[in-house]
Design a protein around this ligand. Structure first.
Ligand code: ZN
Length: 200
């Protein structure tokens, strides 16, 4: 099979899967969508492993029958998460109770800050790699897409100062330190000035 045919059938499959996010697809319709190629199953695996699409089979979900496929989200899993592997990912998600460690959103439920989206969890670093964090499981945690994107797509109103402070005061010491670290990274000059002032 030529490279062009291979790419062509993969593109067709990708487009078909993306048009059917969240719907269980049967192997016959996927083979048809691929242009009828015999190796459509291999193309599906490539979309999964090389491009990071979250395509589930009966190996991932007990309610799927052999030969059924389900694309969970149009967004592929980032390369880093693919690199850490399924088992480590599952370990971190399990340890974190399938809950975003920044906002508390629960996997699969509607997101508290954006009820139009179902919460999808990613694996993120507790301490950024640039700050000395590693890929060791103890440095990894579950984060929802919104927190993982640094809340850049947050469309809802910003929290009030009062609410924000109440949340931070209720958080654990470790989380407060994390907030502090994040703020210092974001406002290094202000942090230095404040420390200088408090030194008197
Ligand atoms: Zn979150």
């Amino acid at each position: 099979m030529s490279r062009a045919t291979r790419t062509g059938s993969k593109n067709k499959l990708r487009a078909y899967l993306l048009a059917n996010v969240g719907r269980v697809m049967e192997s016959a319709e996927l083979q048809k969508a691929s242009g009828g190629v015999a190796e459509w199953g291999r193309r599906i695996r490539e979309l999964r492993l090389q491009e990071g699409y979250h395509i589930l089979t009966h190996n991932d979900r007990s309610n799927l029958k052999p030969g059924q496929y389900l694309l969970l989200s149009p967004e592929p899993v980032p390369a880093f998460e693919r690199a850490i592997g399924k088992e480590l990912r599952a370990l971190v998600l399990d340890r974190n109770g399938y809950t975003c460690q920044m906002c508390g959103a629960v996997a699969g439920e509607l997101h508290p800050y954006d009820p139009t989206r179902k919460t999808r969890l990613h694996i993120g670093h507790i301490v950024d790699k640039s700050m000395g964090g590693t890929d060791d499981p103890s440095y990894l945690r579950a984060l929802c897409s919104i927190c993982n994107e640094g809340a850049k797509n947050l469309t809802t109103d910003r929290p009030s100062t009062r609410k924000l402070l109440i949340q931070i005061r209720r958080a654990t010491g470790a989380d407060q330190i994390e907030v502090l670290r994040w703020l210092i990274t974001k406002f290094p000059k202000d942090a230095a000035d404040m420390l200088k002032k408090s030194d008197g």
